[in-house]
Ligand binder design. Structure first.
Ligand code: FAD
Length: 495
């Protein structure tokens, strides 16, 4: 139902006060610090809460399997949270660019609101939808909710995007504290769903987001519970009990030393502003952690924004090398090596532990992500895009910007990246960051009986012990793999 006249500015002015406002949820599956939802409630209009599963969206790539599993739980949790405040979550499936304007028209809505996203396809879709609904006389407003600072606000003196993290972080810090978070609305006045929505709104079950045959999600279910309530608990627990010592221990995969908030941030169960302010309040309230731990944690949170801002400035980085000389890199194509890496059978315990942790839980410790990514792109000389695709399918926190920017960073072809010739040695890394082998023993249990002295180098064990352990020999020699990678890199012009 296109509207011929512009919408009223205030419901009190008009007989159309009952025309609903639609809140379109996307990567912001929460009630608190949700400016679009708060705006809708403050408008005094009845509210229709909408989620559209657009399988084609995520940068024209399907959402990976683990992220789909998370989304299923996230939508169920949001639905229950909305019911508690009097509202209903309507879940539709299809191409958002076509479907959203249709749903707006069918609802006779006065306004549609959403929180902004920053990836190129998302931006393009949102701009197109805004134009179509405005043309039909419906107001459309968007809000900042998913980052600490929107990408275009942190710029160099000449107005360009930053390419160096430390400079970006300094400029971001100079902008002051991010805005304080908004409270969750106590009530959301639900509008009755338009009859025509019954056909479009299929419900969560019909999205088929969870694996069935085979059901590979048992490890994910054991490790995580998606939703705002659990995310707030995780955040609270971390800032009060986990932040002290973060600066020193965050690189240790054998310790529970990081927040594990990445999937909650990815799906917006908590906002980065909430994380920021709760961490600051805990430290200033004297909860054990010092300014150094706080500073390190906030700067890690900053990396998330930095990745968003890089992709915003250069959308082509989603698949193109930032350092274009890497376009000529003679990447290897070896299915056996790739399978061994994916399945955690490389013969290097820390690499295999990381890849198995990823497969079982949908998450991997940051230090180990760097080790396995370096192993793939350097020792195995395989294209970072192959690793990025595997992470995209298997991570519950898979995020276009963070994934692509970090893969390019490790592979040496990215912005502000470690030089390619700095090749992580997985044995030395393991000895430094998993000194007792506890992480390896947990995820590669067949190695558990080995003494600590050879837990990261099983090939050096006493043959009598080694024979009792069914574990593969290394698929690549570390020195040979490193030399091959460096020779390939030296062959690039500009390297
Ligand atoms: P904490 O140490 O508690 O940090 C707090 C938050 O800061 C994180 O939840 C995350 O949102 C952010 N953060 C921390 N480090 C980084 C970083 N290097 N880049 C961007 N944000 C960061 N993170 C994702 O969220 N999604 C991805 O798809 C992703 N892919 C990655 C791929 C590779 C190859 C590498 C090396 C890193 C990747 N990361 C990704 C970044 C990082 O590994 C995770 O954000 C972190 O491990 C999440 O654990 P945590 O929540 O306990 O982190």
């Amino acid at each position: 139902m296109p509207r011929s006249s512009p919408p009223p500015t205030s419901p009190a002015e008009t007989p159309c006060a009952t025309a609903p406002v639609i809140v379109w949820f996307r990567d912001d599956l929460r009630l608190a610090d949700n400016p679009a939802l708060s705006h809708a409630v403050a408008s005094g209009r009845p509210v229709l809460c909408l989620f559209v599963h657009d399988p084609g969206h995520a940068f024209a790539r399907a959402l990976g399997g683990a992220a789909q599993w998370w989304l299923d739980g996230a939508l169920r949790a949001l639905r229950a949270d909305l019911v508690r405040v009097g509202a209903v979550l309507h879940v539709a499936r299809g191409d958002a660019a076509t479907l959203v304007p249709q749903l707006v028209a069918q609802a006779g809505a006065a306004e549609i609101v959403w929180n902004r996203r920053y990836d190129p396809v998302g931006r393009e879709t949102d701009t197109a939808i805004k134009a179509v609904v405005k043309e039909a006389g419906v107001a459309a407003h968007s809000f900042a909710a998913g980052v600490l600072h929107e990408p275009w606000t942190v710029r160099t003196r000449t107005g360009d995007a930053f390419r160096v993290y430390t400079a970006w972080w300094r400029a971001a810090r100079a902008m002051g504290e991010p805005l304080p978070p908004l409270p969750a609305p106590a009530q959301v006045p639900a509008a009755p769903p338009p009859a025509a929505w019954a056909e479009q709104c299929v419900g969560i079950d019909a999205l088929g987001l969870c694996p069935v045959a085979p059901d590979w999600a048992g490890g994910l279910r054991a490790a995580w519970q998606p939703g705002e309530a659990r995310a707030r608990e995780r955040l609270h627990g971390f800032v009060h009990d986990g932040l002290a010592g973060y600066g020193d221990a965050r690189d240790r995969p054998d310790l529970p030393a990081t927040s594990r908030l990445s999937p909650d941030l990815r799906f917006g169960h908590v906002s980065p502003r909430q994380v920021w302010h709760e961490a600051v309040a805990a430290v200033r309230g004297g909860d054990g952690a010092g300014e150094q731990d706080l500073g390190k944690f906030l700067s890690e949170l900053g990396w998330r924004d930095f990745a968003v801002s890089l992709l915003y400035a250069q959308p082509e980085l989603v698949s193109g090398n930032f350092r274009t000389e890497f376009d000529a890199m003679p990447w290897r194509d070896d299915t056996d090596d790739l399978r061994a890496w994916q399945q955690g059978r490389t013969g290097y315990p820390i690499v295999d532990a990381g890849m198995r942790q990823l497969w079982h839980t949908g998450w991997m410790h940051n230090r180990v992500r760097m080790i396995v990514a370096s192993f793939l792109t350097k020792h195995l000389l395989m294209d970072w895009r192959v690793g990025e695709a595997w992470f995209r399918d298997t991570l519950v926190d898979a995020d276009i910007a963070s994934n692509v920017i970090n893969w390019q960073w490790v592979a040496g072809c990215g912005v502000d990246a470690a030089p390619y010739f700095r090749v992580f040695n997985p044995v030395l890394q393991a000895q430094k960051f998993d000194p007792d082998g506890a992480y390896v023993r947990k995820w590669v249990p067949e190695l558990a009986p080995l003494p600590t002295s050879c837990i990261h180098t099983p090939w050096t064990c006493d043959p009598a012990i080694r024979r009792r352990v069914a574990y593969p020999s290394p698929i690549v020699d570390l020195q040979g793999g490193r030399a091959r990678a460096l020779a390939a890199w030296k062959g690039l012009s500009g390297a």
